[in-house]
Design a protein around this ligand. Structure first.
Ligand SMILES: Cc1cc2nc3c(=O)[nH]c(=O)nc-3n(C[C@H](O)[C@H](O)[C@H](O)COP(=O)(O)OP(=O)(O)OC[C@H]3O[C@@H](n4cnc5c(N)ncnc54)[C@H](O)[C@@H]3O)c2cc1C
Length: 324
C-alpha cells in the first residue's frame, strides 16, 4: 500500500480548479509514500475531464461513468470500490461541499481515519501529518495520524494547480452501483442570487467591507470593478446586511479565493476574513485606520478614505465616478 488516490470535483460540466490542486497534493504524497498517483472522476461526461486531469505526475486516471451530477450514494459507492480495488495508502478528496458530503462515509466504510480541511500534508514512516486551522483560523494545528491507511480532504487554494501534460493510463472503472442504495436524485438546479459568478475563479477581486457605510454607496465599488475588469466580492457584514449575495462573501464562512490581485477596500482584516483571501498573490488595502490588521498582510497599502481613493482610481482607469 503506497499509492495515492485523489477524487476530482466537477460541477455542471466543468472540472473545478481544486481538482488540479488535488493532483499537486496527491503527487507530493505519492512521492513521500513511494507509490503511484491515481486520479478518479465520477459521474458527468467523464471522458471530457480526462484531458485536463492528465497532468504531469499523474500515473492513472479512472473514470466512473454513472449519472450526470454529484450524488452522495453514487460517489460513496464508487470511491469505496476504487479504494478497495487500488488499495491506496491515502484517499484525498477536496474539502468542497461535495467532498465533505461523501468523505466521512467513505472513510467509515473503509475503516480509515479521516481528517478534514487540510492546509498542508506530510507523510513519513507510515504517519500522516495534517496541518489544519482551528478556533476560527486563529491557530494552526498539526494532527499526527499514525494508523493508516488514511482519508483526508484538502482545502482549496492551498496547493498550486498541477501543470504540464502527463502520460497517465486512462481506463473506465466498472462499478456495480447498488441502485437500491441510491436514495436521492438531483431533479434540477436553481441559481441562488448573484447568478453564476464564482469569486473563487476570479483573477482580480475588488472586495468591499463595512467601510462602505451604506448600500447605496456600493455603486462606487461596482464602477471600480467595471472599469478595472475585476469581480466584486466582500466581507461578511456586507452579505449579512443583504447588500450582496452570499456567493460574494470571502472568508472562513464564505469562499476561499486565490486571485492574482485582491483589493481590500474598507475591510479591517479580521482573522475570519483573512482565512479566505490570504492565498492572493498581491494584496492591496485601502483603509483609514493605519493600524487595521489588513495592513499586516497587505503588499501595498493606502491609508486613506475610500470615498476619495475609489473615485480617483475610477478616473485613473478612464471611468466617471458616480457621486455617492
Ligand atoms: C464564526 C465566524 C465566521 C465568520 N466568517 C467570516 C467570513 O467568512 N468573512 C468575513 O469577512 N468575516 C467573517 N466573520 C466576521 C469577522 O469576524 C469580521 O466581523 C468581519 O470580517 C469584519 O468585516 P469588515 O472588515 O468589513 O468590517 P469592520 O471590521 O467593521 O472593518 C471596517 C474597516 O473599514 C475601515 N473604514 C471605515 N471607513 C472607511 C473609509 N471611509 N475608507 C476606508 N476605510 C474605512 C475601518 O477602519 C475598518 O478597518 C466571521 C465571524 C465569525 C464569528
Amino acid at each position: 500500500m503506497t499509492d495515492v488516490l485523489v477524487v476530482a470535483d466537477h460541477r455542471r460540466g466543468d472540472l473545478r480548479d481544486v481538482s488540479l490542486e488535488l493532483l499537486s497534493a496527491g503527487r507530493e504524497l505519492a512521492d513521500a509514500t513511494g507509490g503511484d498517483l491515481h486520479a478518479a472522476v465520477v459521474s458527468g461526461n467523464v471522458e471530457s475531464f480526462t484531458e485536463e486531469l492528465n497532468r504531469d505526475g499523474v500515473d492513472a486516471i479512472h473514470t466512473v461513468d454513472y449519472g450526470e451530477e454529484f450524488n452522495h450514494d453514487v460517489y460513496t459507492q464508487a470511491v469505496v470500490a476504487l479504494a478497495e480495488e487500488l488499495d491506496p495508502e491515502v484517499v484525498v478528496v477536496p474539502n468542497s461541499v461535495n467532498g465533505l458530503d461523501y468523505a466521512p462515509a467513505v472513510a467509515t466504510r473503509l475503516d480509515r481515519p479521516y481528517v478534514s480541511d487540510a492546509t498542508d500534508l506530510d507523510y513519513a514512516d507510515g504517519t500522516l501529518e495534517v496541518t489544519r486551522e482551528m478556533y476560527g483560523s486563529k491557530v494552526e494545528t498539526t494532527v499526527d495520524v499514525a494508523e493508516g491507511p488514511f482519508a483526508v480532504s484538502i482545502r482549496g487554494g492551498e496547493w498550486p494547480p498541477a501543470e504540464g501534460t502527463g502520460d497517465a493510463e486512462i481506463s473506465a472503472f466498472d462499478v456495480d452501483i447498488d441502485e437500491d442504495a441510491v436514495r436521492s436524485n438531483v431533479k434540477g438546479f436553481e441559481e441562488v442570487g448573484g447568478g453564476d459568478v464564482d469569486i473563487g475563479d476570479a483573477d482580480f477581486l475588488v472586495s468591499i467591507g463595512r467601510g462602505i457605510e451604506e448600500e447605496e454607496n456600493l455603486e462606487l465599488v461596482e464602477k471600480l470593478a467595471e472599469v478595472t475588469g475585476a469581480t466584486l466580492s466582500s466581507s461578511r457584514p456586507i452579505v449579512d446586511n443583504g447588500w450582496l449575495p452570499k456567493n460574494r462573501q470571502v472568508g472562513q464562512s464564505g469562499k476561499q479565493v486565490t486571485p492574482d490581485v485582491y483589493l481590500a477596500i474598507g475591510i479591517s482584516g479580521a482573522v475570519q476574513h483573512v482565512a479566505g483571501m490570504k492565498g492572493a498573490d498581491t494584496i492591496i488595502a485601502v483603509n483609514t485606520d493605519p493600524n487595521a490588521p489588513i495592513f499586516d498582510i497587505a503588499d501595498y497599502g493606502v491609508v486613506g478614505d475610500l470615498f476619495d481613493v475609489v473615485p480617483a482610481l475610477i478616473e485613473e482607469f478612464g471611468g466617471d465616478a458616480p457621486s455617492v
